[in-house]
Ligand binder design. Structure first.
Ligand code: URA
Length: 346
């Protein structure tokens, strides 16, 4: 199917008009053989095998929102091109959470008759009233999928991460793809890092360069990492969403939820000892709770088997430098846990 960007954008508008916001969690049961086969068909031949998470059906019934009648059914999804059975000599198995097809087979409204695309999606979505988006349950990364039965060994982590990046492709799974994004910002750093930082989403500099945290907030994050006695190349850095939200607004729940399975995979592959949630958006989606940062700081949370600390986002610290001391307290707790010492001053 060869769709122009304009037709696709009309399609996304159309789906949103129909109330289909969450293209990932309203999918079909994850243990369906058809879905297994379809997920298998997504894995490039030379990449590690991809399969639906075992026991995910249980999970999806626990978190499932009512499925809208407009949601594409499995029968309408592209036919698998390869059988689901593992290939001999295939690489490590990657367990990926269920996800709806990025190009579901539906009648696409002709671009000419599709509703005019708004300049920015956030101007378009009413917050209250009959056309407000359905509220979505907040689900932690731990509830999203069980931990993988087998862990990726260090020498396979880079290839496994690349396989996730390949599956993301030139993603059009959520409206951020049509909201001025230039580059998908996957991650940066060491696939074997013990420490992982999770931010909110790319800004203009990151959208331009394809690397997370390279703007002013990124420079402050670099300083924070150095103050911990580490180099940036020794940690792993990613975001809740991989595409820049227009005007740097907070990602919509549908956008964050659509992107979550990929970040979840990255965490499961890297298996950091510690995850630091930078700011409220990272904390909200990683932990599945909407609480003030002050209530979440100062304690250890669990994210995919890693200890998770919550601290202020560097962009917030740039706006309110008085809080830098508080953020440093959070990072010192992380340093104790990792046995790190601040570098000696010259
Ligand atoms: N802010 C974020 O949350 N992430 C980035 O990558 C850059 C700025």
């Amino acid at each position: 199917m060869d769709l122009s960007a304009e037709a696709l954008r009309g399609y996304i508008d159309y789906l949103r008009d129909m109330g289909v916001y969450d293209m990932y969690r309203q999918g079909a049961p994850a243990d369906s053989p058809e879905l297994h086969a379809w997920l298998q068909s997504l894995a490039p031949a030379s990449r590690p095998t991809v399969s639906a998470a075992p026991g995910a059906a249980q999970r999806s019934s626990a978190v499932a929102a009512p499925r809208p009648s407009s949601s594409p059914s499995l029968a309408q999804r592209p036919a698998p091109v390869r059988p689901a059975s593992p290939r001999p000599g295939a690489g490590p198995e990657i367990v990926i959470a269920p996800m709806a097809a990025s190009t579901p087979q539906r009648t696409i409204p002709p671009a000419a008759t599709a509703p005019a695309a708004p300049a920015a999606f956030d101007d378009f979505i009413p917050e209250t009233g009959p056309f407000a988006p359905p509220s979505m349950p907040l689900v932690s990364f731990n509830q999203l999928a069980p931990l993988p039965a087998s862990r990726t060994v260090p020498q396979d982590k880079a290839a496994a991460l690349q396989a996730v990046r390949d599956i993301i492709g030139d993603c059009t799974r959520c409206p951020l793809a049509y909201a001025g994004r230039h580059t998908i910002v996957f991650a940066d750093g060491d696939p074997n890092a013990q420490l992982m930082f999770v931010g909110e989403g790319p800004g203009a500099d990151e959208d331009e360069s394809g690397v997370p945290f390279v703007g002013k907030a990124g420079q402050l994050l670099n300083n924070m990492i150095h103050a911990m006695g580490l180099k940036r190349e020794e940690v792993y850095i990613a975001n809740i969403v991989k595409c820049r939200p227009p005007k740097n607004r907070v990602p919509e729940p549908a956008e964050a939820n659509t992107c979550s399975p990929f970040l979840l995979q990255q965490i499961d592959i890297v298996q950091p000892k510690i995850v630091v949630a930078l700011g409220a958006t990272a904390a909200t989606y990683l932990l599945g709770v909407k609480q003030p940062l002050t209530a979440l700081r100062g304690q250890w949370h669990d994210v995919r088997g890693a200890k998770c600390a919550v601290t202020y986002h560097p962009a917030f610290l740039l706006r309110d430098p008085r809080q830098k001391g508080e953020a440093w307290k959070d990072l010192q707790r992380v340093m104790v846990e990792l046995g790190l010492k601040p570098p000696a001053r010259a």
